[in-house]
Design a protein around this ligand. Structure first.
Ligand code: NAX
Length: 328
């Protein structure tokens, strides 16, 4: 897609993902070296002084394509006329906080932001990174009835990248040699990284990797628990890889999906594969590069996969029930 200037809103811009994301957005790497960029940063009021420091660094980088930066604590200003909204900001999970508490704490952020997103450009696209990403995206989508539901997505590209990297390491190939891995369901530990249809250099993965027990076991749990492993090692949650994945998502949505491959994203289910219509569920999709995507149809789902898909579906149904009153 070519535009003269692209306007991108980033919420939680003073946070650690923001710090990895913003320079790459402004560099031209994502929208092309012939597209200028206007950045709209949204933060909560107490974080605005810190965000000023980030803005100083962005200015000091003298990015040739960066037209302007708008800093605000008002979602209506942040989302005014934007082509892309990256919803990164949300409250982190505190000590002893259950996932249910996190869902109830963060949900209201996305009702207000959803309503404000209706001010976006006619081609507005939204990627929700802030956790619980699928359910936050569901809330935002339901509170922006004028924006087509296909414009909303929850980030599972990080899970996809993690799966590609694990398989590349095991098979001794590069990620470029692999195709057709799917992430099904929730961006959580119930997600199902599915290699049933994956190919390595055109050959079925089960013919290339002999360790089928690993493919059906440790591979899956490693991807599911990777976020926790990063926190354990780094003392902080993933930021550079999360920012990278969010940018990969934009690139994937802005271009035609190559060959017969696909990528995964939490999108509004159309009922394919028996997933409840309207649920934000990670599915294998293909983009036409013009703003539309479609779910890859006809993939065979064996009993092993179906059980895993059912588990993550059940979790997302429960999350949806918890925020029922926020779905306008
Ligand atoms: P940080 O705590 O470093 O930054 C979050 C920022 O959001 C803070 O600056 C905070 O002031 C701001 N914020 C909070 N409420 C806001 C609101 N209502 N409007 C605007 N800004 C608001 O977290 P960071 O490490 O950057 O992570 C951000 C989110 O991404 C978290 O929810 C995190 O759990 C989630 N993640 C999602 C991933 C994914 O693949 N979907 C992976 C990485 C990450 O864990």
């Amino acid at each position: 897609m070519s535009r003269k200037t692209v306007k991108v809103a980033v919420t939680g811009a003073a946070g650690q993902i923001g710090y990895s994301l913003l320079p790459r957005l402004a560099s031209g790497e994502i929208f092309g070296m012939d597209t200028k960029i206007s950045l709209h940063f949204l933060e909560i009021t107490p974080a605005l002084p810190m965000l000023e420091g980030v803005v100083m660094e962005m200015n000091d980088s003298a990015f040739p394509l960066l037209e302007n930066i708008i800093v605000t604590d008002d979602p209506n200003i942040a989302f005014d006329g934007v082509n892309w909204a990256m919803l990164v900001g949300s409250k982190p999970r505190g000590k002893g906080m259950l996932r249910g508490d996190l869902i109830r704490e963060n949900g209201p952020i996305f009702t207000g932001q959803g309503a404000a997103l209706q001010r976006g450009a006619s081609d507005l696209r939204v990627i929700v990174v802030g956790n619980p990403a699928n359910t936050n995206a569901l809330i935002a989508m339901n509170n922006a009835p004028d924006v087509p539901s296909g414009r909303f997505a929850a980030l599972t590209h990080l899970d996809q990248n993690r799966a590609y990297s694990q398989i590349a390491g095991k098979a001794g190939v590069t990620v470029n040699d692999i195709r057709k891995i799917t992430i099904w369901g929730n961006h959580s530990a119930t997600q199902y990284p599915d290699v049933s249809h994956a190919l390595i250099n055109g050959k079925p993965i089960f013919d290339v990797i002999d360790d089928h027990e690993w493919l059906r076991g440790d591979f899956i749990t490693t991807v599911q628990k990777r976020g926790a492993a990063i926190i354990q090692a780094r003392g902080k949650s993933s930021a550079a890889s999360a920012a990278n994945a969010a940018l990969n998502h934009i690139q994937a949505m802005e271009s035609v999906t190559p060959g017969d491959n696909w990528f995964s994203s939490g999108v509004c289910s159309d009922g394919s594969y028996g997933i409840d219509e309207g649920l934000m569920f990670s599915l294998p999709i293909r983009s036409d590069g013009k703003g539309s995507w479609s779910v890859v149809q006809g993939l065979e789902i064996d009993a092993f996969s179906q059980e895993k898909i059912n588990a993550t579906l059940e979790e997302l149904r429960n999350e949806k029930a918890m925020v029922a009153e926020l779905l306008a």
